[in-house]
Design a protein around this ligand. Structure first.
Ligand code: ADP
Ligand code: MG
Length: 297
């Protein structure tokens, strides 16, 4: 099946998105690979497959005309490792992650993947190797098939079903009036929050990036739906470098390492047990924010 999304559809989609605000619009253009301002360096290298080692060295960044949000962030993540970023709202967790696919350019310091400075990689090789799952899942006004295939535009039906299976959404698709051909989005069937997340996970199985960023992907879902999706997300993370921004203790505890992000940068790092024993920022955050989870567990 040929499921290319044509230029007219792209344009329609962009026009529809524009009233939803600049933040959404930016993300949108990016999804469509239409953001022109970050261009390849003249000598940029195209790397087909990255391993996914990540290093941030003294990364300084501020949004236009504003104070610096990051004042020298340092960390490294080994390929295949799962790291959870925790910290107060506004500390810069999302910002840290947005710099990796070059949604924004850093003011100082260096970010590298597998020892390549990200500026020395082509935008295509960089973005093909980074998958982002967020709270808002962007849906095209198109069929389920086209929406899943956004992860890999030339995917066959077989590949699409396999991705759907791994995202645990085949039952959902089979229950829809026209299966994969069912139209979703503005003018089609409305999907629930959990169903959208599964679709977004299916896209990622097709895209198969070396690096996965889960930015509060399930935080808008009710506890039951969230729990149901965790296993699909866990399977998605296997064999990839995964950065999770989350506030549910159950998710954070599973991470290989936890980074505590505050206005001072990465204030602490370690496993859940190590950080609790330290009785520092993580331990304080833990008591302030996670009591609810214990009560509900
Ligand atoms: P977190 O994800 O930890 O909650 P963010 O990275 O979203 O934090 O935000 C860090 C700081 O940057 C906040 O002060 C926030 O208001 C600001 N900020 C985030 N996104 C933008 C943006 N697009 N333009 C300007 N300021 C922003
Ligand atoms: Mg955030």
């Amino acid at each position: 099946a040929n499921v290319m999304i044509g230029p007219i559809n792209k344009l329609n989609a962009v026009m529809e998105m524009y009233p939803k605000g600049i933040a959404g619009f930016r993300r949108y253009l990016d999804l469509l690979n239409m953001k022109p301002e970050q261009e390849d360096n003249p000598n940029a290298i195209h790397v087909e497959k990255l391993k996914g080692d990540i290093e941030y060295k003294n990364v300084v960044f501020g949004y236009e005309n504003k104070d610096k949000v990051l004042n020298g962030v340092n960390f490294s993540i080994r390929a295949g490792e799962t790291v959870a970023l925790v910290g107060p709202s506004g500390a810069g967790k999302t910002t840290i992650c947005s710099l990796l696919p070059r949604f924004y350019e850093i003011d100082n310091g260096e970010i590298s993947i597998d020892d390549y400075n990200i500026h020395d990689l082509t935008m295509a090789s960089l973005r093909e190797q980074i998958g982002v799952v967020q709270q808002d899942v962007f849906l095209f006004d198109a069929s389920i098939r086209e929406n899943i295939a956004y992860g890999k535009l030339d995917a066959t039906d077989e590949e699409i079903w396999e991705a759907a299976e791994r995202a645990q959404m085949t039952t959902i698709i089979k229950s829809l009036p026209e299966g994969l051909d069912t139209l979703i989005g503005e003018r089609g069937v409305k999907l629930s929050g959990g169903q959208k997340q599964r679709l977004s996970i299916a896209r990622m199985f097709l895209k198969n990036p070396a690096i996965l960023i889960l930015d509060e992907a399930t935080s808008a879902l009710d506890t039951e739906t969230e729990a149901a999706i965790q296993s699909a997300l866990a399977e998605l993370a296997v064999g990839r470098t995964t950065i999770i921004i989350a506030h549910r203790l159950a998710t954070i505890k599973e991470a290989d390492r936890i980074f505590v992000v505050t206005e001072n940068g990465i204030e602490e790092e370690g496993t859940h047990q190590e950080l609790l024993q330290k009785k520092g920022a993580y331990s304080r955050l833990h008591h302030a924010q996670f009591d609810f989870d214990y009560a509900g567990a």
